[in-house]
Design a protein around this ligand. Structure first.
Ligand code: PLP
Length: 376
């Protein structure tokens, strides 16, 4: 199957009992057993057929062995982190999602699991940060809001050479464009709240693993700590995933046009987008991903100018989150990255006038006209 076909026909397929084209929502907590120990499902935290249909679908899309659905992206990340124990060390991309950074520095540290944040687009920095107690490399590519790109296959080789788990948060590019397991990752994580759901109506997280034993371990953790995704939300996600292909294609096309417009705008300074040939890792991204995605950032001269743009756009909604049908716009310095001290923030390249955009599915002409009047 090619990609769009797999989005529609992947996973379990049509319901076997009555042939329903849309998977039934098994809104249930427990199941009748035929006899003691004789059942296919016992209790819905352990397994629910609707959730399982989604889990099989995402495993299929990512080219993994098993998938797992959680109540949020953070619940998925936290379940993966439960693979580690006191004394372990993990090497992590330095500009990971803010919630991941907070989880690792304020929750994971309570178990004395040590994390080193490095620029994972620099392979030497990654190699130098590996210690005898290192157990994993954890990356995002591209990152937020500066769209830094790390080389998945090269990092997989580094992880393998030191017997480390290699974990990739694939939220930004989705399996439609990028399948890290096929490039050597062991675990893929999603905030399915974003592109996979795609309609700003569900919070969910997914995990896919490349091997059965790891799958048994994650299932043990999922059942044991219980952050499972509810049946109705599982159904919503599958509904969203069916159209992921057409959404990603259209978003890609809209984003390319907006990037081209911004690059040529006299009031715009830098434009961050992996699709630009001058992006430092453009070639790496082009090699490992079928598309450049719908996330971009650009700078204007000052915070005041940025606020003017944000206040004047009509079709770009001022909101956190990303990956929805609606175009969203935000000011990282005052929103997602407000908790980082200004000096450190500037060091990271997150200027006061940096605007982040998640391109949606409106007519691109309307989006361009909107930016034009707002920048004026
Ligand atoms: C949003 C996001 C998360 C967290 O997911 P939630 O569904 O909000 O819990 C993790 N990683 C990335 C890259 C994200 O964008």
């Amino acid at each position: 199957m090619r990609k769009k076909t797999r989005l529609i026909h992947g996973g379990a397929g049509v319901d076997k009992t009555v042939g329903a084209m849309s998977p039934p929502i098994y809104q249930v907590s427990t199941f009748k057993q035929e006899g003691v120990g004789n059942f296919s499902y016992e209790y819905a935290r352990t397994g629910n057929p609707t959730r399982e249909a989604l889990e099989n679908l995402i495993a299929d899309l990512e080219g993994g062995k098993r998938g797992f659905a959680f109540a949020s992206g953070m619940a998925a990340i936290s379940a993966v982190m439960d693979l580690f124990q006191t004394g372990d060390h993990i090497v992590v991309t330095d500009d990971v999602y803010g919630g991941t950074y907070r989880y690792m520095t304020k929750i994971l540290n309570r178990r004395n699991i040590d994390v080193t944040f490095v620029d994972t687009s620099n392979l030497d920095e990654v190699k130098e940060s590996i210690r005898p107690e290192t157990k994993a490399i954890y990356i995002e590519t591209p990152t937020n809001p500066l769209l830094k790109v790390s080389d998945i296959a090269a990092l997989a080789a580094i992880a393998k050479a030191s017997d480390l788990l290699f974990i990739v948060d694939n939220t930004f590019n989705t399996p439609y464009w990028q399948t890290p397991i096929e490039l050597g990752a062991n675990i893929v994580i999603h905030s399915a709240t974003k592109y996979l759901g795609g309609h700003s109506d569900v919070v969910a997280g997914l995990v896919v693993v490349d091997d059965e034993e790891l799958g048994e371990d994650i299932h043990f953790i999922q059942n044991g700590s219980g952050g499972v995704l509810a049946p109705h939300d599982s159904w919503l996600l599958m509904r969203g995933i069916r159209t992921l292909g057409v959404r990603m294609e259209e978003i890609e096309s809209n984003t390319g046009k907006i990037v081209e417009y911004l690059v040529n705008h006299p009031q715009v300074g830098k434009v961050y987008y992996p699709g630009l040939p001058e992006h430092p890792n453009h070639d790496v991204h082009a090699k490992q991903s079928g598309g450049f995605g719908g996330m971009l950032s650009f700078t204007v001269a000052s915070e005041k100018k940025a606020l003017d743009v944000l206040n004047n756009v009509k079709y770009f909604t001022l909101a956190e989150s990303l990956g929805a049908v609606e175009s969203l716009i935000s000011l990282p310095a005052k929103m997602t990255h407000a908790s980082i001290p200004r000096e450190r923030r500037l060091e990271l390249g997150i200027e006061d006038g940096l605007i982040r955009v998640s391109v949606g599915l409106e007519d691109v002409e309307d989006l361009l006209e909107d930016l034009e009047q707002a920048l004026k």
